[in-house]
Design a binder for this molecule. Structure first.
Ligand SMILES: Nc1ncnc2c1ncn2[C@@H]1O[C@H](COP(=O)(O)OP(=O)(O)OP(=O)(O)O)[C@@H](O)[C@H]1O
Ligand SMILES: [Mg+2]
Ligand SMILES: [Zn+2]
Length: 456
């Protein structure tokens, strides 16, 4: 009998220590260590198997045949887009998100669709009873032929059910509730989560089963359990959104089978998630005509241009230091733009509080949003409105220059499509390029020039 070993593991980052520590030396979290006893298991060396079950041998690169990538399209085009064109059979997909955001809803809907098109789906839930899931399925009008529910948390039982049923797809809701019994650590601990995921990975690859794993998210927004979990799976998606809005955004942060820039946009309804085919319209829906401090940017989200309103509220600081608050926009970028405006466009902003916001719950992080931010700030500061039919694209440098951005044609086209009359873009972007005639394209070289043209 192997000797039990006690060790302490940080539940935030997975750091292992031989003694209890109050603070993790690796990630700095307090009281994050939990005692875990491990019995070293004498696991028989298991040969790695291919997706078809045969043993792997080293082979020459020239001899490797490329298997035709076979993607299963779900009926949710937005999900297909985020996955890089559909579900890759045999892949392990982790979906993280805040409590109640709609992870189970999304996967139940997808399961129903996959079942409807002939796939066999096993939906394993450690959080809800079969009748609870059935009730939700009724609300979402999920067709239930070909779909199996299994309220279970015990991994060997789940493994047995998979062997027995031979499904094409498995949903594990959620990884934090699953339990590998021969481990002495608590359900939901880092060691458990890691072990459960490793087991699921083996099942997925050995049987060519696609497994969707739901993962809860910690307060700081990462999937609970260490980063290693993200390294183990093929694809990591985050389902996010504002609880107060109906929009939900599916974002890929890792994808072995596609780009990680794509986002999928959904709207949560009584009868489930619906795709948003034209996101720009939604993000601009509630714009107040004639308001100051509002500018529209055409931001690229993956391959798709999306128009988003950026709002700024600038008001004199009453006491103490000037405040800079932003939501959906990078805080440092806000500070930088304000400093540039102060120095290069003579706006006295140092004794002004600034609140900035990208509307609709989106997060914008590309440099091309700089110009819209600068214009929104100037508009609020001067209390001068911007024409509601103006849009802005451009990166701003420290000398106040407006720098070239990528995909300018797509951006201009999208703005024209939504009825914008003018778009301000970096002048350098306009070399050898024929803009569509529905929209006036105005090239600017500096932020000062841009403000002059916008407000005069
Ligand atoms: N009857 C209803 N009508 C409309 N929307 C509903 C209804 N019931 C639930 N919802 C929506 O579904 C959301 C919960 O979805 P779901 O249970 O899929 O989330 P989850 O991410 O799986 O949550 P958890 O972390 O608790 O498992 C609610 O926040 C709400 O927005
Ligand atoms: Mg759930
Ligand atoms: Zn840690």
């Amino acid at each position: 009998m192997a000797k039990n070993k006690t060790r302490y593991i940080c539940q935030e980052c997975g750091y292992v220590s031989a003694s209890y520590l109050g603070r993790c030396p690796n990630c700095g979290a307090w009281n994050s260590f939990i005692e875990e006893t491990t019995t070293p298991t004498q696991a028989a060396a298991q040969p790695r198997v291919t997706t078809t079950g045969s043993k792997i041998q080293p082979q020459k690169l020239t001899d490797v045949t490329i298997e035709k990538e076979n993607r299963i399209k779900t009926q949710l085009g937005e999900l297909n887009r985020v996955l890089g064109g559909g579900v890759v059979p045999g892949s392990l997909i982790l979906i993280g998100g805040d409590p109640g955001i709609g992870k189970s809803t999304l996967l139940l809907q997808v399961s129903g669709q996959l079942a409807q098109t002939g796939g066999k789906v096993l939906y394993v839930s450690g959080e809800e009873s079969a009748s609870q899931i059935k009730m939700r399925a009724g609300r979402l009008t999920v067709a239930d032929s070909g779909m199996y529910l299994y309220p279970e948390t015990d991994m060997p039982s789940i493994q047995a059910a998979i062997d027995d049923l031979q499904p094409d797809y498995v949903v594990i809701d959620s990884v934090q509730t699953m339990n590998v019994p021969d481990m002495n650590s608590a359900v939901g601990s880092v060691s458990q989560i890691r072990e459960v995921t490793a087991e699921l990975m083996r099942i997925a690859k050995a049987n060519q089963i696609t497994i969707f794993i739901v993962g809860h998210v910690t307060k700081d927004g990462s999937i609970a359990g260490p980063k290693t979990l993200e390294h183990m799976v093929d694809t990591v998606l985050y389902f996010e959104g504002d609880m107060h809005h109906t929009y939900r955004i599916l974002r890929s942060v890792k994808n072995r089978f596609g780009s990680t820039n794509e986002i999928g946009i959904f709207e949560m309804h009584q009868n489930g998630l619906e795709e948003v085919a034209n996101p720009s319209e939604i993000f601009l829906e509630e714009r107040l005509a004639g308001a100051t401090g509002s500018a529209v940017v055409v931001s690229m989200e993956g391959t798709r241009p999306i128009l988003v309103e950026i709002q700024a509220l600038i008001s004199p600081t009453m006491y103490g230091n000037a405040k800079r608050t932003s939501s959906g926009l990078d805080h440092n970028r806000v500070s930088l733009i304000m400093a540039v405006l102060e120095k290069r466009a003579n706006l006295m902003l140092q004794n002004q509080d600034a609140y900035l916001k990208a509307t609709g719950g989106v997060k914008l992080d590309e440099p091309a949003i700089d110009l819209a931010m600068a214009v929104a700030i100037a508009s609020s500061y001067r209390d001068q409105e911007i024409l509601p039919t103006d849009a802005f694209v451009g990166e701003i440098g420290l000398t106040g220059e407006v720098r070239r951005v990528n995909r300018i044609e797509d951006r201009i086209k999208e703005a024209a499509k939504l009825g914008f009359k003018r778009i301000f873009v970096p002048k350098n972007n306009l070399n050898g390029f024929n803009p569509p005639d529905k929209i006036e394209v105005i090239g600017v070289t500096s932020v000062g020039e841009a403000l002059h043209k916008v407000f005069n």
